[in-house]
Design a protein around this ligand. Structure first.
Ligand SMILES: [Zn+2]
Length: 242
């Protein structure tokens, strides 16, 4: 682990430079748990107003979460049709993020966490937009270390460069989805200025978003040196930046 408070993150060598050992053909063909399949795509029901919140015309209780947020509908049929790499399945993304399941194999990541917590991958661009120590809001669920090669080869946003981050206490933050204008007419109208956005659960406008992804916030985290971590997989480091 890198233990260098005060060092500019872009000066830390391992960030985004590590290339995992080539994945086997079998591994390359593996489709991540959260990847959507063409056979799961469904037309969304018509949107209507439910008080000041958006809702479905044929709404069911399970269309909303515990915060009352309306979620995108999708059939849960992984393996049907073709994998849509780069598109996430709303239901499995939500399950993986909420339960800290690996985005690739779908198993819990807590059991293999180091003292620095569970592992998340971020594209270099996303990371450098607001680098350490700024908190990170992330829609990509964690990943177990053995699934890193699959994740970086299957996810288009990670193919160029990426950053590994470990966090002990990922915090449920809000949702990402299609934003709508406050009620004015007879039907909800998407917000043309901010069509896709992230909104915290605490925001009073949360009822205006049609959610597609759960967002977790990483307040305190440690940057991962993949080379040393993979060369000593049983090592449990006590170093943390916070
Ligand atoms: Zn995994």
């Amino acid at each position: 682990m890198i233990d260098a408070p005060g060092v500019a993150p872009h000066d830390v060598p391992p960030i985004g430079r590590y290339t995992p050992a080539p994945a086997s053909d079998r591994l390359r063909r593996k489709v991540p748990f959260i990847t959507a399949w063409s056979g799961e795509v469904r037309a969304q029901p018509r949107l209507v107003w439910r008080g000041d919140r958006i809702g479905f015309a044929n709404e069911r209780p399970r269309d909303r979460d515990a915060f009352g947020v309306l979620w995108r509908r999708a059939a849960n049929k992984p393996g049907q049709g073709k994998p849509l790499f780069g598109k996430t399945h709303a239901g499995r993304q939500r399950r993986a993020m909420g339960g800290l399941l690996c985005q690739v194999c779908g198993t819990p990541t807590r059991p293999e966490a180091t003292n620095d917590g569970v592992l998340f991958l971020l594209s270099r661009t996303d990371y450098e937009w607001q680098p350490w120590p700024a908190p990170i809001k992330i829609t990509h669920p964690p990943v177990c270390i053995r699934c890193v090669p699959v994740s970086v080869s299957a996810c288009p946003h990670l193919r160029d460069d990426y950053v590994g981050i470990r966090c002990r206490a990922p915090r449920l933050y809000g949702v990402n989805g299609v934003m709508h204008m406050p009620r004015s007419g007879t039907v909800p109208i998407p917000d043309a200025t901010h069509p896709i956005g992230t909104m915290p659960f605490a925001d009073t406008r949360i009822g205006l978003i049609h959610a597609a992804q759960l967002v977790v916030k990483l307040d305190h985290y440690t940057l991962v040196d993949f080379a040393s971590e993979l060369s000593a997989p049983a090592r449990r480091t006590g170093h943390s930046r916070r």
